[in-house]
Design a protein around this ligand. Structure first.
Ligand code: ADP
Ligand code: ADP
Length: 228
């Protein structure tokens, strides 16, 4: 019997690098679920669940939610039957302990080694991307008032939903989030490089150009490793 293609893709990169923008489209192209811990946490906050009440003040100040909380959330989500053919992680893992735990969970659930895509962008670009970000309150589509505006201001092109600014995209909180990235998340690139699964993509150009660079990089990697 043919084994199902069973692979986890991880999108790494600082806040504002374009992980959401690229990983949502990528997951759509591969027809696998897009798992964003940020979206899952924001959903819990807006529903006022126990998890949401715990996460809200942490997210508001730009810190990271405790490892065991996000790992449990992802571990439960991976039991969904829709994850059997593969998944795309966006914004997870974000710390070394999360990466180690994810490795264990993926192995237990029969996934192969993950493929990690690191989106590289200089710090000057990030502030513009983060402060200009707007998100559809209905479908989650991501826009940017400077670089990727909707056709009609504040209205989603896809479904007419109202576009909102995330509370943590205000400049004071952005600084905290970039610091959390430097201290806690950047070391993951080295971790995955050592595991031999890191692919690097220059994400400083426009959305379409980055998408092409991402596809080229993955294609080259697939050529090198037929199992991808
Ligand atoms: P961005 O897209 O700007 O990188 P996210 O939507 O991924 O931001 O995350 C928003 C916030 O949610 C983070 O600042 C953090 O508080 C929390 N969060 C998201 N993912 C994780 C994670 N894997 N571990 C801990 N906290 C997380
Ligand atoms: P992340 O998930 O890494 O925080 P997002 O995908 O939410 O990043 O993108 C952050 C902001 O930058 C959004 O406003 C998005 O529209 C914009 N953006 C994403 N990719 C690009 C790009 N290649 N060029 C210009 N703006 C971009």
């Amino acid at each position: 019997m043919e084994m199902a293609l069973h692979r986890a893709f991880i999108f790494l990169g600082p806040p504002g690098a374009g992980k959401g923008t690229q990983s949502m489209r990528f997951a759509e192209r591969r027809a696998v679920p897009h798992l964003s811990t940020g979206d899952m946490l924001r959903d819990a906050v807006s529903r006022g669940t126990e998890l949401g009440r715990l996460a809200k003040p942490i997210m508001e100040r730009g810190d990271l939610v405790p490892d065991e909380v996000v790992v449990k959330m992802i571990e439960e989500r991976l039991d969904g039957s829709d994850c059997a053919a593969g998944v795309v992680f966006d914004g997870f893992p974000r710390t070394l302990p999360q990466a180690v735990q994810l490795g264990r969970v993926l192995e237990e659930k029969g996934f192969g080694k993950p493929v990690v895509v690191d989106l590289e962008v200089g710090p000057e670009v990030l502030m513009r991307r983060l402060t200009g970000r707007r998100t559809c309150s209905v479908c989650g589509e991501i826009y940017n008032v400077y670089d990727a505006p909707p056709r009609v201001p504040d209205v989603c092109d896809r479904d007419g939903g109202k576009l909102v600014q995330r509370a943590d995209d205000r400049p004071e909180v952005v600084q905290e989030r970039l610091a959390a990235y430097e201290h806690q998340t950047r070391p993951l690139t080295e971790y995955y490089r050592r595991l031999g699964v890191l692919l690097t993509v220059d994400a400083s150009s426009g959305v379409e150009e980055v998408r092409r660079a991402l596809d080229d990089t993955l294609e080259r990697a697939e050529g090198r490793d037929g199992r991808l």
